[in-house]
Structures are given as structure tokens and as C-alpha cells.
Design a protein around this ligand. Sequence first.
Ligand SMILES: [Zn+2]
Length: 532
Amino acid sequence: MRIIPCPKDFTKKDGSFLFDAETGFSCDYENVINSISSFLKTCGIGWRMGDDIKFTSDGSDSSSEAYTLVVGEDGIKVSAKSERGLFYGAQTLKQLILSSFDEKTKTAEIPCCEINDEPRFSYRGYMFDTVRHFFPVEVVKKYIEAISLLKLNVFHWHLSDDQGWRVQIDKYPRLTEHGSMRRETCGDKKPHGGFYTKEQIKDVVEFAKERFITVIPEFDIPGHTRAAVSSYPELGCSKKPVEVSTKFGIHSEILCAGKEESYDFVKGVLREFAEMFPSKYIHIGGDEAVKHEWYKCKDCQKKMKELGLRNEEELQAYFTEKAVEYLKSLNKTTICWNESANSGKLESSVILQFWSDGKDNENVIREVKNGRKIIVSKFNPYYLDYPYPMHSLKAAYEFEPVFHGIEGYEQNVLGVESTLWTEWIDNTDLLAFRVFPRLTAVAESAWCDKSKKDYLAFENSLKNVNKLIENTTGIKAAPLKDCNVKNPLKRAAIMMKFGMNLIDFEMIARSNRAAKEMKKMRSVRKKENNGK
Ligand SMILES: [Zn+2]
């Protein structure tokens, strides 16, 4: 039996400790007691006071994530410098008990051992997109509970996009009154929507905090903003009314970077985000902002001239900088998707979340070498919404976050995060199937050193962790046979079914038209410039 994520040091010793319903605990920390109690409940046992299992901390370093766990024949001792460390020790203890737990006798024989543990990375995240499909607070909480069992410490919450606005903003009520609902989804003729009230957000943030998880909200700008533009058409370049998008893919209706209203809007929303979320980080997206409308917009072009900017990429850099500066004034650090660094002008404190490959790869490597901090969320294999034949469990496990090109710059890798987008996930069964056990594999890379990683050992212990997650949250992981599909016919069938989602002829035609128009405009500009 192996603990997942694998501890830093594990020494097996002779003998064992017999755990039973009479075993007593001593602990002064409420969050640790609650975590253990709810686990015992799933085993059909109540919490008892006693000296058999002791949790102690000198409280000397509240940010420390390290802990020591010693199993002796007459008792178990968990010690740490912080309650956070004890909480992680408690998660390890749960796996130790569960691995030999006998349901009938309510006993477990835990082999004597000493564990000295601490994480490799300080940022260990999971991202949940509750825009493309809305999921209620109960589901959000279940996932927060589940990731706490894996010692992850960040819940990145994607709350705004083209297909909906999902959080109450008092200054801009139409965002939820109008922008939280779409007419239909890809032609299904069924309205879809929902949003979280400030009261609910507060509840989720508190729930996460009790599990030592920081909630980082994302307000994606300047692209992925059609729901906002639909709510307030004056924020768009054309000011024409558009509906909350009923389709997926990339949209050209983005916030106008030439009008002051847009900057006021961004500030207004960020201010309320900062009030709702105590996290020191706020995510402002920055991905997939097509500049088609900026190219045509008088206001955007005027702004570029005023500022002496050479192109629309630099206009996005300016737009981002404004948001970053504002967040700084609120004592917050900005996180952006990696495209935001393509201009080469991104403010140095901004943390880059690396997801996309290709040309962007070079830009990210350049940034890391120049000292930029990054979070690694590489599309392949960390995007959890893709089927297993594309991003297998084994690939997710084996991927090394300090990837080729940035070796020697590990100090600039803040950590890892796996993302779950919900374009094609509209129910909790499929959600569970796609997230687990892949996220468990990523959690191992987030926590344990690469020298400790061993796929077969991981696979052999997965059952225990899957059971822990299911008993605690009801979330059922995909069976192992579906996680590394080898049969080529089965792979092809799964991929074909998934691929059908992506074929949208109207969308393809629209992007082709946009690309042609953009090319034409570029060549006109080039001619004009040459004429000067
Ligand atoms: Zn504009």
C-alpha cells in the first residue's frame, strides 16, 4: 500500500497498530477534528477522545505544509508546525486506516512506519468551469472536499464567459438578470443558466478555507466576454446587441479597449471580486482574445494611436496592464493565461498559467527564463474534459511539470493545475468520470518529487483513494479499464463520438469569414504603412 500523493519519506517498521471503534483521538484543531470525524462517520464509527492518536503542533509556522506521522504499536503521533500540516497528516491517516479497514469488525491493522512529508510545489490546483454548464453550490463543494483529500490547495473558479455570467455583481445587475441565462445550448431549445449569490460565494470560500483551499476567481477579459457585452452592449466595439452565446468556440464580441466604459466596468467587477474572495490572487483570463473587432473599431484604433501602440496585441497588453495595476492597488496579484505574455510586455508580477502549445511555448520559455512565475496546466495531458484516449491517465501521471525547455528553472514553477471545462459536460456522472482518477494522478505530480513517481505503484494504490473519495463525497472515479484505452477500435469510437461535438459548420464558416476579413484588413494596413 502506498499513500497518494506519495510522501517525501516513508520508512516501514516492524509491528502494527490496531485501530478499532474504541480508538481515541486527541487534537485541539477544529478543522482537523471535523475532517477526521466526517471520515470516521463514513466508516460507521464516532469520534472518541483519547490518547491513542495524537495531533500536536507548536504553531511556529502557520504557512508550513509539512507534517510527520509516526505509527507505533501503542499509538500514532502526527506533528506539524501548523494546523495546515496536521490537516495533511490527517488525510494521510485516512488512507492508512482505509487500506486495511474491515467493515464488519470496524478494525484496521496499520503497519508501523514513519512518514516525513512536505509538498514539492506550493500551488496545487483544480479549475472548474461553471459557465459552459452551470453546477450548483452542492456540486462545487463536493469537488472542493474531494481535492482536499488529495492535498490540493487551490480551487480556481471560472465564473465568466461567452455563454453566461455566474456571479452576483451589485454594480452591474444585468450581468446576472440577463447574462446568467442563455436561450439554448447548441440547438437543444432548452434555456440554461444560473449564478451564485454573494451569500453562496461566501459560504463556498469558507467551506474551502476550512480545508486549507484558496478559492481563486476568474473574470476572463478582454475575450470570452460575450455574456457581459450582451448584458451591456455599450461595452462592445460595435455597441450592437448580441445574445448570450448559445454556441461554444471562440467569439469575436469582446470588450472594447478604446472606450473608458470598459475600463470602468473591469474595475467595478474586480473591486467586487476582491471583496468576495480573500485570495491574494485573482485570475483575469486573457486567453483567446480575437482582435477582429478591435481592428475595425474607431475607438480602439484611436486609443492605439494615442498610446503609440503598433498593433492590437499591444493594445491587449495595455488593457491587461490597466487591470493588473488596479488589482495591485487592491493588494492582489494577477494570474493570466499564457497568451497574455505574447506581446512580451507583461508586467513582471503577473503569474502566467501555461496551457497552450505551439508558438506560445517559446514565449512561455522566454518568460520563465526571465524570471516569470508560472503555473503549469498544459492542455495535453492536463485538460480533464478531454476523453481518456486523448489524455490518458498514464500520460497525466507521467507528465513532468518542469518541462523540456525550462529545466533548471524549477524555482519559477509555482505549481500545477488541472482544468475542467464544461462545454461537453452537462451532468455530474460524466463530470466525475472525466475528473477522477486523472486529477489524482496530477495531484501526485503536484505534491511528490519526480524521483518518487512510479506509475504501477500509483495504479496499485488507486483503489484505496478512489474509495476514500467516493465514501466522502459520492464522486465515483472512472474504472481503470477506461483510463488507458489500448484497443484502437474502442479509442476511435470514443474519439469519434467526442469529435462530433466539435463539428459546428456555422461556427467554422464564421471563423473562416473572420479570418479572410482579417487578412484583407491586414494587407490594407500594410499598404497604407508602406505608402507613408
Ligand atoms: Zn473597440
